[in-house]
Design a protein around this ligand. Sequence first.
Ligand SMILES: O=c1ccn([C@H]2C[C@H](O)[C@@H](CO)O2)c(=O)[nH]1
Ligand SMILES: [Zn+2]
Length: 141
Amino acid sequence: MTVDMNTLIEQSKIAREKAYVPYSKFAVGAALLAEDGKVYLGCNIENAGYSMTNCAERTAFFKAVSEGVTKFKAIAVVADTDGPCAPCGACRQVMSEFCDANMPVYLTNLKGDTQQTTVGELIPFAFSPEDIDYATGKSKL
Ligand SMILES: O=c1ccn([C@H]2C[C@H](O)[C@@H](CO)O2)c(=O)[nH]1
Ligand SMILES: [Zn+2]
């Protein structure tokens, strides 16, 4: 069974319910569809040392990658925002590490506004693994 956009968005709302956000109270959920059809859920996890906070999107990616899953087909992100919730720069960089530029990203909110974009649109001209020359440790750019 393939997971469609609406199912992935519903899953992201379920993920959001687990958000640990005592400081910002801004709960975010993400649902990441892996190539094999499995969905990895992520929520944001805050910390009294604010900078240790992990976003919902990266939680989902790190759960999958830590289980050996590194290929993905789509991700949905949801928050209680006026417009569709946009991922931060750190999450865009992580997306660019593991996803093709044309991978769909569904940005949504609790009201149901949905904006479909792609990883490449969110992070054009990304620094990627191909930019590093591992023989010399220097950038190829
Ligand atoms: O796309 C986003 C944007 C923000 N946050 C989290 C980080 C922090 O916990 C809270 C406020 O920035 O929202 C996410 O999880 N994903
Ligand atoms: Zn983020």
